[in-house]
Design a protein around this ligand. Structure first.
Ligand SMILES: Nc1ncnc2c1ncn2[C@@H]1O[C@H](COP(=O)(O)OP(=O)(O)OP(=O)(O)O)[C@@H](O)[C@H]1O
Length: 482
């Protein structure tokens, strides 16, 4: 069948929504850029030739289902024919892409991995593979480039570690977290980053400006944990890391970027699409000859997302966590007694009274102070992170097991049964704040430690509700569309 619909290099009209199957012939080194329709999924398959989606090769002939709103491109190095079935917001082909420069970076990184592998494992420096950090403004394609570098490396048998420091639009778990996970296979174009063994730290907000100190502490914790893991794992060490960062590159954002480069001992800094940031980083890192700062072109395919779209994307990520990408998970609902829960938030908290401060000094909240949270209806609709910490003072340095969503807080039945209220003693999270960013108040920035044992990564396995219906808080592990 002849190729219909897309003209090389020219966008199809926005909103084109042909729903019949159609074929697209791609010339070598060109790509088909697609934004799936808002409400309906898209099927796509490779008919002939070879093609990849952000570094992961497409299997021949097999239909892949892409959920609504997904934005991606199918790139071919040598030419391919693609068949699509379903509606799109936009689909067009482009023959100008920065893919050659991206794959050249991969080749250099691959050489470094081989050298690290071949070197004596007793020398920590030479056995360390590349630690790549991808930086740039919002919507410059950082996550996409990170993904390509990881998938190309995994295709060649490496198991690089993916570190995602983007708390606004991170791709490992729900927003508000920084996380790391080994990538052992090219990343699935539909499912995304595998969730088998992520190391997740909970910040609780979608922008670090609410508590930049806490963000730094968590980045440091994550980097130190990975460092310890690398000591006993020569394979992971040689494969190195790819670190995705936030798009906030001005002021405090720039300072946090420098802190991340330092915390992870990054030795390759890839700057996407901004001359000024590149020259600032080159300047500030000139005393570190082992750090390469490389400027790369932004792809014309990167889709810009406004605040509303980003906020929606965050809501979908949370929903996806509880229900699965294809609604294939069934979150459990449970009721837990207040006494079985200990909830803390980090930062803010009661401040020292002015009278206790030196004259002229302003009271300042300790950004890393652990504050017990009284259970009340303010917790309603919060998403809480479940910490692995055994004691409250471990919360800030501990990674988390998963998340719960609070659908009801029954104060009355609690009051009827409990004379003495014992303030809860563990850690907390965020909720609708993340879902709709209405309120970035630090009072909501909490972590959570569950006092009964949970083994959770993606699915929470709580004690059955019949055991825990005694009183108090009803916890439904689900998320309601706002
Ligand atoms: N070549 C391309 N063709 C089509 N869509 C693309 C292409 N490259 C990136 N995208 C899409 O553009 C969007 C933004 O890209 P990406 O998430 O990589 O940017 P970012 O710089 O990481 O964004 P952030 O501002 O959140 O840090 C994503 O939905 C991504 O899938």
């Amino acid at each position: 069948m002849a190729y219909a619909g897309a003209v090389v290099g020219a966008p199809a009209p926005v909103g084109s929504s042909a729903s019949t199957a159609r074929q697209v012939k791609l010339e070598r080194e060109s790509e088909l850029r697609i934004e799936v329709a808002m409400e309906t999924p898209l099927r796509l398959r490779l008919l002939n030739g070879t093609a990849e989606i952000f570094g992961t090769e497409l299997p021949p002939e097999i239909w892949l289902n892409f959920p609504p709103r997904l934005k991606f491109s199918v790139f071919t190095w040598y030419g391919a024919t693609i068949e699509m079935d379903g509606a799109t917001e936009t689909d067009y082909t482009a023959d100008e892409t920065p893919m050659v420069s991206y794959v050249n970076v991969h080749a250099v990184l691959d050489g470094r991995r081989n050298r690290a592998k071949a070197s004596s494992t007793s020398d920590p420096d030479s056995s360390q593979g590349p630690r790549v950090i991808v930086v740039g403004p919002t919507d410059s394609g950082k996550s996409t480039l990170s993904r390509m570098l990881l998938s190309w490396a995994a295709k060649q048998g490496w198991k690089p570690t993916f570190v995602d420091l983007d708390i606004g639009q991170g791709s490992i778990t729900i927003p508000g977290c920084i996380a790391a996970t080994p990538i052992e296979m090219p990343i699935d174009p539909v499912e995304g980053i595998p969730l088998e063994m992520p190391l997740v730290y909970f910040f609780g907000h979608t922008t670090p400006s609410v508590n930049a100190d806490l963000y730094k502490v968590l980045v440091k914790e994550l980097s130190q944990t990975l460092e310890r893991q690398f000591v006993g794992n020569a394979e992971a060490r040689a494969a190195g890391m790819v670190i995705n960062t936030m798009g906030w590159i001005e002021g405090v954002g720039y300072e946090l970027l420098l802190h991340s480069i330092d915390a992870f001992n990054a030795n390759v800094v890839l700057v996407l699409g901004q001359e000024k940031l590149c020259s600032m980083l080159k300047d500030v890192l000139r005393n570190k000859p082992n750090v390469d700062v490389v400027k790369l072109q932004k792809s014309g395919g990167v889709v810009s997302r406004n605040a509303k779209v980003r906020q929606k994307a965050r809501s979908y990520r949370i929903r996806e966590y509880f229900y699965g990408l294809a609604n294939d998970l069934s979150p459990h609902s449970n009721i837990a007694s207040f006494n079985d829960l200990s909830i803390y938030r980090i930062g803010g908290g009661p401040q020292a009274p002015r009278s206790a401060l030196p004259i002229g000094a302003e009271p300042a909240a300790d950004p890393t102070r652990l504050v017990p949270v009284n259970i009340n209806r303010d917790l309603l609709h919060l998403v809480l992170a479940v910490s692995f910490a055994k004691e409250p003072d471990q919360i800030i340095s501990c990674n988390i097991a998963g998340f719960i969503y609070i659908t009801d807080v029954d104060i009355q039945s609690y009051a009827a049964q409990e004379e003495d209220y014992i303030p809860c003693t563990v850690c907390g999270g965020t909720t609708e704040q993340i879902l709709d960013s209405r309120d970035l108040d630090m009072a909501r920035n909490m972590k959570l430690l569950y006092s009964f044992k949970l083994q959770v990564v993606r699915k929470l396995h709580l004690v059955p509700s019949s055991v825990l219906t005694a009183s108090g808080m009803k916890i439904l592990l689900s998320y309601e569309e706002q």
